[in-house]
Design a protein around this ligand. Structure first.
Ligand SMILES: Nc1ncnc2c1ncn2[C@@H]1O[C@H](COP(=O)(O)OP(=O)(O)O)[C@@H](O)[C@H]1O
Ligand code: SF4
Ligand SMILES: [Mg+2]
Length: 328
């Protein structure tokens, strides 16, 4: 049994007109202990809303959520709110892009960590304080003993992100969800923070659901990848498989638009057009308006995510040909 199983997850919001905003349209994924699954997609593809629905932090209403989210086989979507908060609060840690918004500006870092440990773990004041220092040290903040007395604004962006990671792992969750954890940081700091997350994941054996728009990050840290487009997973594969040759034209476009050292002189490819408006998804394959391989079937019929050999899956009518073309 997978640690975390998401099945046919759908999320919509009331739209500006009469049509709802269909942010997530039937996402299924499974996360195994100790593995890193990257959700890769352009801005607006429904990655964050998927994470928020898994975490149970969407307000319903206005959001409408259906499908299934199971942790160790236990359904979370139908749990009463209090139980749900307890399960996801203790078993799923979450790191967001914006640490400043996630941290409380009026409490010191030590106070925030201690409070969490006292409330959720029942630690004494002194044990919680000691553990808070350990956690700040664990995320490699120098002079942890002194720094726990500082407020979030007294840290740099990268250091704040480390503090959010400390908070997310404080209760030793089985799953860590990191939603674009390094997007707001300088490039050099990005790599260090990503390496820290990967290292903690390896040491603790927790499962990591890593949300990113950056194929470079996927290549560095993920085991498996789920490519998202217009609220659906359009390709699921191991990282080796997808880099050897994608089985979906959208994934193909993403790969072709990735800067590579061995192709420095060539102009970078850009996928033409823009993602569809989730309040007005086109008929047929949602990628057909941008797809160089689109035909009449594509314009008429929505391709379901369908299995391919070696555990991969692709939501493309021409998935078999794509695999064949690149001889895999
Ligand atoms: N609270 C909300 N209310 C209405 N629409 C939303 C809300 N949150 C997200 N959306 C819409 O859902 C779609 C997917 O958003 P999101 O999951 O944040 O994309 P991503 O994280 O992939 O960039 C977008 O069109 C976004 O505008
Ligand atoms: S189903 Fe058709 S339009 Fe959609 S990705 Fe495949 S080839 Fe392109
Ligand atoms: Mg997002």
């Amino acid at each position: 049994m997978a640690l975390l199983e998401v099945e046919d997850l759908r999320v919509s919001f009331p739209g500006p007109g009469s049509a709802p905003v269909r942010a997530v349209n039937g996402v299924s994924l499974a996360l195994e202990p100790g593995r890193t699954l990257a959700i890769l997609g352009e801005s607006g593809s429904g990655k964050s809303v998927t994470a928020q629905a898994v975490m149970g932090i969407l307000d319903t209403p206005p959001a409408q959520v259906s499908g299934s989210v199971r942790l160790r086989g236990r359904e979370l979507l139908t749990l009463p709110p209090k139980r749900r908060d307890k399960v996801s609060g203790e078993e799923i840690g979450m790191v967001f892009q914006d640490a400043m918004a996630a941290l409380n500006p009026v409490y010191t870092v030590g106070e925030q960590l201690s409070e969490l440990l006292r409330v959720r773990r029942g630690l004494s004041r002194s044990d919680a304080r000691r553990r808070a220092v350990e956690l700040v040290d664990r995320v490699r903040i120098p002079a942890a003993k002194d720094r726990v007395r500082d407020y979030p604004h007294q840290f740099s962006g990268g250091m704040r992100q480390r503090i959010m990671i400390a908070l997310a792992i404080a209760l030793e969750p089985a799953v860590l969800i990191a939603d674009e954890p390094t997007t707001a940081l300088d490039v050099t700091v990005q790599a260090q923070v990503m390496e820290l997350i990967a290292e903690i994941q390896r040491d603790s054996g927790m499962a990591l659901l890593l949300i990113t728009h950056d194929l470079g990050v996927v290549a560095e840290v993920a085991d498996d990848v789920a490519v998202m487009y217009a609220g659906r997973i359009v390709e699921r594969a191991t990282v080796e498989q997808i880099f050897a040759g994608p089985a979906h034209p959208y994934a193909e476009g993403l790969l072709a638009s990735m800067p590579r050292v061995d192709r420095r002189d060539e102009e970078l490819y850009a996928i033409p057009g823009a993602p569809p408006n989730p309040a007005r998804l086109p008929a047929g394959c949602p990628f057909h308006l941008r797809c160089p391989r689109a035909d009449d079937t594509c314009r008429a019929t929505l391709p379901p995510l369908s299995p391919l050999p070696h555990g991969r899956a692709s939501a493309c009518h021409h998935r078999e040909e794509l695999l064949h073309v690149s001889h895999r």
